[in-house]
Write a protein that binds this ligand. Structure first.
Ligand code: PEP
Length: 252
């Protein structure tokens, strides 16, 4: 049975006090209301991590939104995976389309991030997804497959089983436009087939593939009911505890 994971990506939102309040509200609601077998993750900004981590119970794990590729040294402004681990982080989002676009992160650079995250025993949440133009041109499936090949297919089968994939069509992120269930399910199935073509069907069947892109409590039940959708990476709807927990409740 593959793991169901709902992760909230706060992005660059919430000052310190607001972050602690939100984390504590989510943690309490999850404790009281969620019985389903779902792993909840809060991916907070770097400066919140140590304190947010102290507030979380076992049901909610701590995630970072980024990391650097080196262990330590003269890399001013960067944060290593070892540092993240030392404050209790267990998931790290990498390859978010915002980082690919605004910080020029390439598939090769992301391959290095995957390596160092796995070396430290943490779980990468690897984001992939196409632009609207690519979808309209009919190259979206090839494009997403190439993101997976270039950043992940150097991994051994054992390493690959520790990776979580988040399919996030760029045109659906923060736009209020969600991929239809048919569009989302189709891409998730293609991603799983692509993984199977390299690692075999049984391994591919164990990989958690989240959907992300304007997911909220109204559209989540239909999306999460799809055969190949194993959870969500939630941006806007993770910034209010009630909204986020209602999305989590949609995961059965
Ligand atoms: C995201 O940034 O990963 C995301 C899915 O954002 P939103 O839910 O706001 O579209």
């Amino acid at each position: 049975m593959r793991k169901k994971i709902i992760a909230g990506n706060w992005k660059m939102n919430n000052d310190f006090e607001q972050g602690l309040k939100l984390a504590s509200e989510v943690n309490n609601m999850v404790k009281d209301e969620i019985n389903a077998d779902v792993q909840v993750v809060i991916c907070a900004p770097y400066i919140h991590l140590a304190s947010v981590g102290k507030l979380l119970s076992g049901k909610v794990a701590l995630g970072a939104q980024n990391c650097y590729t080196k262990k330590s040294g003269a890399y001013t402004g960067e944060v290593s995976v070892e540092m993240l681990k030392s404050v209790g982080v267990s998931y790290v989002i990498i390859g978010h389309s915002e980082r690919r676009e605004y910080f020029n992160e390439t598939n090769q650079f992301l391959a290095e991030k995957v390596n160092i995250i796995l070396e430290n025993g943490l779980t990468p949440i690897f984001c992939c997804g196409e632009t609207l133009k690519q979808r309209e041109e009919g190259i979206h499936i090839d494009f997403v497959n190439s993101q997976l090949t270039d950043s992940l297919f150097h991994l051994s089968p054992e390493q690959f089983t520790k990776v979580v994939i988040a399919y996030e069509p760029i045109w659906a992120i923060g736009t209020g436009v969600t991929a239809s269930t048919a569009q989302a399910q189709e891409m998730h199935e293609k991603i799983r087939n692509h993984i199977a073509s390299k690692y075999g069907a049984s391994l591919a069947n164990e990989i958690t593939i989240q959907y992300g892109g304007s997911c909220n409590a109204s559209n989540a039940p239909e999306l999460f009911a799809c055969a190949d959708i194993d959870g969500g990476l939630i941006g806007g709807a993770s910034l209010e505890a009630r909204k986020f927990v209602d999305v989590i409740k949609a995961m059965k």
